[in-house]
Ligand binder design. Structure first.
Ligand code: ADP
Ligand code: MG
Length: 740
């Protein structure tokens, strides 16, 4: 009975198509091979020997004829079928060894076993045995690139033996070896050939003559001669089923490959670092623009539109107590509190005979230094901040520091006199003529009273008739005066016509005060009526000839207007975390208003267009980054192509290789990202100080980092896919030969 041949070619031809030119690798070759044979193929260079071996190994396709594996026809075989065929049937040995130079002897042999689904620990003894068999035990942990040619080929043989395949195909295994090494390699091959099919190509027939069972001579792509030399024992092949590489081994090898060749790792790392930093910078610029856009608005209601400001009220509409402020101060990210926040949105004048400054009162800011003069010590000492280019603050600074000032509302109502400017702070910009006045807490209290009055509706009821006194009316105005007793009022004689019988003496008038935050009222008994002539005897201050007034005691006046604050503002330290502070305030029972969110922005439409433009720009930059990264990485990884084609030759599928590449690039990317984050954290905690890092990250939140991480992970993954796709455009052998 005749056995089925292990391999059978029937009129098989292989052509190469190169840019329209067809070259023949070999044509109409018919051969049969059986287990136990030691078949030697000879022939001059270019006669088609390597092409034939590649087709037999399933490394290359054929165009014509039929090939049978163990009786099975293969013309319908898919790439995957051939991958499986290579897995179970073929061990290859090449003239140029096809080893992984950066792996040790052990790792080279291990690789083929891991690729075929073995467990790392279960193969240790087997690998060591194989290494001993090829006499390289001493070199088991040496990198293969350090070995001699003969030693390398022995590693290749051990590797071919590791997988227990019935066929060993060796293409000029001794081509690069000296005669002594060549001899030992051939001897080794012959020993393992006993129960396998060995097909070997050689130039040097003498070397193999004593072992050969068959000699095939090729000439010009055809078989010229095919002689059986010796009898051999044929039998049925024992086929071992191999699995796919396990998930963990894939990761393990992918990570090993990342760090394997240090310069390559470093270069790829630098590329990814560049990508991460460039993208962070761009993304951060994007966020910054968004932020500036909000900041750049104006408000109809608030003058102080500091983006760090939050206006707070109590939900129960009561006034703030010291306990409230203590608990607010404990919230994270609170810089300072301005208790009387109305002063922030009101303009005041600081005037003396010759000078006159216009601006806002700064809250209880703690100033620590001034540019001219000194810090204030007394309650009546103030500091003015303004542009250096302001003539009065600049040139006339000494005179300013010498004069006495009065604080007034913009309607020239006096709030406080006898103030001394003791210090000047300069702004670097030309920011107009809005100044800032730093005043002591005691004065803030008086300002509050005046501000409360300014913002309140004042209604005077005389003889059951209500008179509303306008915000800036002096006529009938309720005015404090030291000479008046509590509960009493001294009224102008000119107002007598308002009362019954034109006489107001001893009548009771009512004063109602109402503003956004509170209502209050007082009933006062009119004790005197003053005239131009009696004013001096009854009251203090100056007689107002044109506006008849109603003078009341300072005590009553303060009761009406000198209230504890009902509305305050807090300023945060870090504007990026302003909403956390807002949340904390809300949960403590305060209503809040983040000023920067209330701003109108007339330029918003224009900014929207600019924003779309920025999104396009960011996308373009992203695509450009992708391709730069892709091409540079391809260049850096180019010599790894040898590695990947080797893995393919060893039976690694496309998928496995693609995964190796993905794992490798993703590991490298993650390192770059982690290092970046590490430095960002160091910078944020002031352990290192880098303006560059601050610039590119200060507008980013944790969420942004997560988004960037996801985007760049996907990008790295696509780079690896694209790279893998390019790699598979040509056959494993072609890739290999191109690179070696
Ligand atoms: P040998 O191994 O006997 O020296 P090869 O099998 O390498 O010969 O080559 C056989 C023929 O096929 C030669 O004419 C060679 O030029 C051609 N050939 C081999 N590989 C390719 C290829 N990738 N593209 C085009 N022609 C090829
Ligand atoms: Mg050849």
């Amino acid at each position: 009975m005749k056995n089925t041949p292990l391999l059978k070619l029937k009129n098989v031809s292989k052509f190469y198509y190169n840019k329209g030119v067809v070259a023949s690798g070999f044509s109409k070759v018919s051969l049969e091979f059986n287990l136990g044979e030691f078949a030697v193929i000879t022939g001059e260079s270019g006669s088609g020997k390597s092409t034939l071996l590649n087709v037999l190994s399933g490394l290359d396709s054929y165009e014509e004829g039929e090939m049978y594996i163990n009786g099975k026809e293969t013309s319908h075989y898919s790439e995957e079928d051939f991958e499986n065929y290579r897995k179970t049937y073929i061990g290859n040995i090449f003239q140029s060894f096809n080893l992984v130079g950066s792996y040790t002897v052990y790792q080279n042999i291990e690789l083929v076993l891991l690729l075929n689904g073995y467990n790392k620990s279960s193969i240790k003894t087997k690998i060591i045995e194989l290494i001993k068999k090829v006499d390289l035990y001493k070199y088991r942990n040496t990198k293969v690139s350090r070995l001699s040619g003969g030693q390398k080929q022995r590693v290749a043989i051990a590797r071919a033996l590791a997988k227990e395949t019935p066929i060993i195909i060796a293409d000029e295994p001794t081509g690069n070896l000296d005669s002594k090494s060549a001899k030992s390699v051939i001897k080794l091959l012959s020993e393992i050939a006993k129960d396998k099919l060995v097909v070997i190509v050689t130039h040097n027939y003498d070397q193999v003559e004593e072992y050969a069972t068959r000699k095939i001579e090729m000439h010009d792509g055809k078989v010229r001669e095919d002689i059986d030399l010796k009898a051999y024992k044929s039998k049925e092949p024992e086929l071992k089923e191999y699995n796919n590489i396990t998930f963990f081994n894939k990761i393990r090898i992918g990570i090993r490959n990342t760090f394997n060749i240090v310069p390559k790792f470093v270069l790829t790392f630098i590329v990814f670092l560049f990508v991460v930093v460039a993208f962070l910078g761009e993304y951060s610029g994007f966020r910054q623009a968004e932020y500036e856009e909000k900041k750049g608005g104006y408000s109809d209601y608030f003058q102080n539109i500091d983006d760090k400001r939050i206006v707070i009220k109590k939900k129960d509409k009561s006034y703030f107590t010291d306990t409230d402020y203590e608990s607010i101060k404990k919230i994270e990210n609170i810089d300072y509190i301005v208790k009387d926040d109305a002063i922030l949105d009101t303009e005041y004048l600081v005037v003396s005979g010759n000078y006159n400054f216009y601006g806002n009162i700064a809250g209880n800011n703690k100033i620590t230094k001034v540019d001219k003069g000194r810090l204030p010590k007394e309650d009546n000492e103030i500091v003015i901040q303004g542009p250096k280019y302001d003539y009065y603050l600049g040139q006339m600074a000494n005179e300013i520091l010498d004069s006495s000032f009065e604080l007034q509302t913009i309607f020239d109502t006096k709030i406080k006199d006898n103030l001394k400017v003791v210090g000047i702070i300069y702004n670097d910009d030309y920011s107009g003529y809005i100044h800032k006045f730093y005043v002591a807490d005691a004065i803030l209290k008086e300002i509050r009273t005046s501000t409360n009055e300014q913002y309140s509706k004042m209604i005077v009821t005389i003889n059951d008739k209500k008179y509303e006194i306008g915000q800036y009316d002096a006529y009938m105005r309720i005015t404090p005066n030291k000479a008046v007793q509590k509960g009493e009022a001294i009224m102008s004689y000119d107002l007598n016509y308002l009362c019954k019988y034109d006489w107001c003496g001893n009548s009771v008038i009512k004063v109602d005060v109402e503003n956004l935050y509170y209502k209050d009222s007082k009933e006062l008994k009119v004790t005197y009526l003053y005239t131009k002539y009696t004013f001096k005897n009854l009251l203090e201050g100056v007689y107002d000839e044109y506006n008849p007034r109603i003078y009341i005691s300072e005590e009553d006046y303060n009761d009406l207007y000198n209230k504890e604050p009902y509305q305050s503002s807090i300023f945060v330290k870090d504007v990026k975390k302003i909403y956390d502070a807002q949340k904390a305030l809300n949960s403590k029972g305060y209503s809040t208003l983040v000023i920067k969110d209330t701003l109108n922005n007339e330029a918003a439409e224009v900014l929207k267009v600019i924003n779309i433009f920025k999104i396009i720009l960011t996308t373009v930059l992203f695509v450009v980054l992708f391709f730069i990264a892709y091409f540079v990485i391809r260049l850096i990884q180019k010599s790894k192509n040898v590695y990947y084609s080797t893995v393919r030759i060893l039976g690694g599928s496309k998928r496995v290789i693609r995964d190796f590449i993905s794992i490798e690039l993703l590991t490298d990317f993650n390192m770059a990202f982690l290092i970046t984050v590490f430095f960002v954290i160091l910078n944020k905690n002031n352990i290192i100080k880098s303006n560059f890092i601050s610039d590119i990250t200060s507008y980013l939140t944790l969420k942004d980092f997560i988004i960037i991480y996801i985007i760049l992970t996907v990008m790295s993954y696509f780079i690896s896919l694209r790279y893998a796709r390019k790699l598979f455009k040509s056959s494993a052998m072609k890739t290999y030969n191109e690179e070696v």
